[in-house]
Design a protein around this ligand. Structure first.
Ligand SMILES: NC(=O)C1=CN([C@@H]2O[C@H](COP(=O)(O)OP(=O)(O)OC[C@H]3O[C@@H](n4cnc5c(N)ncnc54)[C@H](O)[C@@H]3O)[C@@H](O)[C@H]2O)[C@H](O)CC1
Ligand SMILES: [K+]
Length: 522
């Protein structure tokens, strides 16, 4: 499903009005009616119910005035609180404000100089109301929330009432999900036409509550325009990407994965990545590991084959291992490189040699990414578009950006470096973003905070490699892999999110894949 930025929504709005002749007041009417439908579902009925609508001075506020009218027509007891000067309201919003004035609905203006009396009236009303409608700010929000709006939002958030956010919770940046100061903590959000990235990126995703995407009559051709380059990964999208498994399949056709991972003290990463590939459905997995760890891995792993490789004195991969690894890539459908390799210079140089000469697609993670610090140009040597799976910390090393800069606009940062480096860049975190060199973005919708634990990144690397080995493109494997990974994490979290460990993801993978593919309840 496509996801539109605020600017793209404004363009869509304008195209509907100017190219198709659908007036803005019709779109606003449809928007308001859709919100009323949601309110009726939440309250079960609206007749005699008390609803407080807090409205701003833009079209988000305009939606609020439409909502007020339709609720009043359904015998709800409506109070409208207008934040700002009535004279500042224009266009379709003014049209609808004038209507409810003529209907003699109860409208209280909360002006800049609002005193204790107005604020107490608002607090009492919110304490007595059955539901609050947030139509203060929508996609037109920018900057900080201050003054009266900040005070109003705090009162909303302290009310303990059902809060229906119109289009987007006020104070959430539609494009990034960032909040500046405060934002409405909604129980439900009704967003119009297309969802916005800020409803899936954190912290915005935490403020949206239960999301409804409402059709307001904008022609589908406008909303499917390929200038809108963001998408969310939905269950249906993931389901369609799975490799098809032939009933006569044998391990040879399910693909061969090479994994180059591990060093002294970091053998678990190698095990997690290797098992992640098998659990994702790969037929055969061979783990190339520094020779000194081989015996341990033979004990630790059963289904994974191991290949002992020349090592340095400290037990990391030595440059003598390069030729054996390149040979390994000739017999592999994909090579995952990096988990737990360690930071020795000789190991990093060996990794760069692998990236430049591998004869199969690559999934580069962890110390494989760290080895590219100052060497990202060698990614263009890869024979296929490489998949990189950095978390923000690894991305800071390669880009010089701070973690704050990265998380402030995850989509754009991922998009920029996917294009600059020529790779599929999976920026892990909440929410994980998959970016392609052509600018297309996929935002993941599965996963939870319990997955912030050692080893889950290694499992993801294995899953993606395991999917590529089964014959789907790196493009599809990246999208499907992050969805499956988070879905397995959500299943594992059913037994407790905080105590979740990476091994629980591995154990949940078969059921997760089954559930995504066939909708088997879990
Ligand atoms: N096609 C559609 O998506 C439709 C969307 N509709 C609604 O319209 C809003 C967008 O309306 P717009 O007038 O562009 O912006 P807002 O109402 O969100 O806010 C603008 C309003 O707020 C003031 N403002 C902005 N930032 C701040 C701030 N930090 N502090 C205080 N005030 C701020 C600004 O000055 C303006 O006055 C969209 O979200 C939908 O709800 C249409 O109704 C239907 C079609
Ligand atoms: K809003």
């Amino acid at each position: 499903m496509k996801v539109a930025t605020a600017a793209q929504m404004r363009e869509a709005d304008s195209a509907a009005i100017h190219e198709y002749g659908i007036s803005g007041v019709v779109l606003m009417e449809n928007a308001g009616v859709e919100v009323v439908r949601r309110i009726e579902a939440v309250l079960e009925a609206v007749s005699d119910k008390k609803v407080c609508i807090l409205a701003g001075t833009g079209n988000n506020g305009g939606d609020g005035y439409v909502i007020a009218r339709h609720l009043a027509n359904r015998d709800a007891k409506v109070k409208v609180y207008l934040f700002g000067e009535r004279s500042a309201i224009s266009g379709d919003a003014k049209t609808n404000l004038d209507i409810i004035f003529k209907m003699r609905l109860e409208i209280l203006e909360i002006k800049e100089n609002a005193g204790t009396r107005e604020w107490n009236k608002l607090k009492i009303a919110l304490n007595l109301t059955d539901c609050i409608v947030d139509s203060l700010l929508g996609t037109g929000f920018h900057g900080e929330i201050t003054g009266n709006l900040a005070q109003a939002i705090d009162i909303i958030n302290q009310s303990g009432k059902p809060v229906i956010a119109v289009d987007i919770p006020s104070g959430v940046n539609a494009d990034t999900g960032q909040i500046s100061g405060t934002a409405v903590k909604a129980t439900h959000t009704v967003t119009f036409a297309l969802p916005k990235p800020g409803l899936f990126m954190y912290p915005g995703a935490e403020y949206a509550g239960e999301l409804t995407i409402a059709d307001i009559g904008i022609p589908a051709a406008i909303l499917s325009d390929n200038t809108i380059r963001q998408n969310i990964i939905t269950l249906n999208l993931a389901r369609a990407l799975f490799p098809k498994r032939n009933p006569t399949a044998h391990k040879g056709v399910s693909g061969r994965v090479g994994v180059i991972a591990g060093s002294v003290g970091l053998s678990g990463a190698a095990a997690m990545a290797s098992m992640g590939a098998l659990r994702a459905g790969a037929g055969l997995v061979t783990l190339g590991i520094p020779a000194g760890l081989n015996a341990i891995m033979e004990i630790k792993l059963t289904e994974v084959m191991t290949a002992p490789l020349p090592e340095t004195e400290k037990g990391g991969l030595s440059h003598e291992s390069l030729s054996a690894i390149v040979e390994m890539t000739k017999d592999s459908n994909v090579l995952a490189v990096g988990p737990g390799l360690g930071r020795e210079d000789e190991t990093a140089a060996t990794v760069r040699g692998i990236i430049s000469t591998a004869q199969c697609p690559l999934v580069i993670d962890a110390d494989g990414i760290n080895a590219l610090e100052g060497y990202t140009s060698i990614l263009s040597d890869c024979i296929a578009l490489p998949v990189m799976t950095p978390h923000p910390g690894e991305l800071t090393r390669l880009t010089g950006l701070s973690i704050l800069d990265i998380n402030r606009d995850r989509m754009q940062v991922a998009r920029r470096f996917a294009a600059e480096w020529g790779c599929i860049l999976i920026l892990k975190g909440a929410a994980t973003v998959v970016a392609f060199p052509d600018g297309e973005i996929f935002i993941n919708t599965t996963g939870n905070a319990g997955m912030a634990t050692g080893g889950t990144g290694d499992v993801l690397t294995g899953i993606i490699a395991g999917l590529i080995a089964q014959g789907i493109s790196s493009h599809d494997a990246a999208i499907l892999g992050v969805f499956v990974h988070g879905f397995a994490g959500d299943m594992a979290a059913q037994s407790g999110m905080i105590g979740l460990v990476a091994g629980d993801l591995l154990n949940a993978l078969p059921a997760a894949i089954q559930s995504i593919q066939y909708g088997v309840d879990w």
